[in-house]
Design a protein around this ligand. Structure first.
Ligand code: PEP
Length: 243
């Protein structure tokens, strides 16, 4: 099966013109492009093959929530995916309680959720068991709602394993370790939350050079790409590695 490649542009690029140019250059099937909110509409207009994703969403409905973006607004722009719980948002103070609310609201709305989980270096240096325990705790807290939803919903859930120490550092995880973690996440979803059928991605310093190492592993269903998604030539190599 073709792997899913997700481009998380974060707070880039600087202009609308560059965003449209980048979107056109990266418009491939089994690709999700997640631009900043301000470029969603323009990117939505030019995508023909790729799907549109958002980098975050608010958990409550329309109303007086200054600075927030609603699920209805995202769906109105034809977004199909939403990233929730990225470590850069967790660093800004987003808690598991807030993330759980966002996941619940987004799954109920029919958007596909890409929940990001992953340990920081302080945890990983204690060993792999510590990393597994940490990730399991995040999954159980953030996805408690899965127990209440019907099995069919779980295909609309993707978990991205993104070790924090690998994000934007140029130090990717060992693909074999990422595959073990992806398998562990699938087991945890099934055993603790009765959830099967969700895809698990790896994210953290994926490039054109190392992508194949992750994308040829059966446990890893795709990659979430930050920095390298801003370079069309690099991104094309990653997409090609997933086919
Ligand atoms: C990310 O932001 O989710 C990410 C994986 O970034 P990078 O590819 O730059 O490490």
């Amino acid at each position: 099966m073709q792997k899913l490649i997700v481009a998380n542009w974060k707070m880039n690029p600087a202009s609308l013109k560059e965003a449209v140019h980048l979107a056109k250059a990266c418009d491939k099937t089994e690709v999700v492009i997640a631009p900043p909110f301000v470029f969603l509409e323009a990117v939505s207009r030019v995508l023909k093959k790729a799907s549109l994703g958002a980098q975050d969403v608010f958990w409550n409905g329309d109303g007086p929530w200054t600075g927030e973006i609603s699920l209805r607004q995202l769906k109105g722009l034809r977004a199909k995916y939403v990233i929730i719980g990225h470590s850069e948002r967790r660093k800004l103070g987003e808690t598991d309680e807030v993330i759980a609310k966002k996941v619940t609201a987004a799954l109920k709305s029919g958007l596909t959720v890409m929940l990001c989980v992953g340990e920081n270096w302080d945890v990983r240096k204690e060993g792999k068991k510590a990393a597994y325990d940490f990730v399991r705790r995040q999954i159980v807290k953030d996805l408690a709602v899965l127990k209440k939803l019907k099995i069919g919903k779980f295909k609309k859930l993707i978990v991205a394993y993104e070790p924090v120490w690998a994000i934007g550092t140029g130090k990717n995880d060992d693909p074999a370790d990422a595959a073990l973690m992806a398998g562990f996440i699938k087991e945890t979803l099934a055993a603790d939350l009765a959830a099967i059928g969700s895809r698990v991605l790896y994210g953290g310093s994926v490039t054109g050079r190392n992508a194949r190492g992750f994308l040829t592993l059966p446990e890893v269903d795709g990659v979430l790409v930050g920095g390298a998604s801003l370079n069309p030539a690099e991104f094309k190599k990653i997409v090609a590695a997933g086919q």
